[in-house]
Ligand binder design. Structure first.
Ligand code: MG
Length: 163
């Protein structure tokens, strides 16, 4: 019997700090603040990576890439997603649809949505119309609204690879 599709959810939050590069979905966005993190702090890639791992029953990003690993200091987050996708393929699954939300008061993300979407689509091996990227603010409320943090949420649908 053909395996059923699998769904995964991911979320991530990073503090924002002055002087940090602001990388989201593998795209560097001009900004005077960027996410603090052991790696490059790409909250969107971390959320999508966790969603893929969740759909695979493979734990979370911290299990595979622990923050205690000195080799990962400042690391590009793209290999994290590559590893999650490799695990999905090993189980016979590939992503067919991804949707995501980034919540930030700053920097302003809407001009960058299409570039982020194209970057994610390339990494996921999907056409851009199977990848959603929505930019929201927090209406000035809480840590995100005060511009002290950025949050990303993602859902991923994996389907069996047909041969
Ligand atoms: Mg993270």
């Amino acid at each position: 019997m053909k395996e059923a599709p699998r769904i995964g959810i991911g979320a991530d939050l990073h503090r924002l700090a002055a002087g940090r590069a602001c990388i989201l979905g593998g795209v560097e966005i001009p900004s005077d603040v960027g996410p603090l993190g052991h790696s490059d702090g790409d909250a969107l890639l971390h959320a999508i990576t966790d969603a893929v791992l969740g759909a695979c029953g493979e734990g979370d990003i911290g299990d595979i890439f622990p923050p205690s690993d000195e080799r990962l200091a400042g690391a590009d987050s793209r290999p994290f997603l590559d590893e999650a996708l490799r695990r999905a393929r090993a189980l016979g699954f590939a992503p067919v649809s991804v949707d995501s939300i980034v919540i930030a008061e700053r920097p302003r993300l809407s001009p960058w949505k299409d570039a982020i979407r194209a970057s994610l689509a390339s990494m996921l091996g999907l056409p851009a119309d199977r990848v959603g990227v929505k930019a929201k603010t927090a209406e000035g409320l809480g840590a995100i609204g005060e511009g002290r943090a950025i949050e990303a949420r993602a859902v991923v649908l994996l389907a069996p690879i047909s041969d």
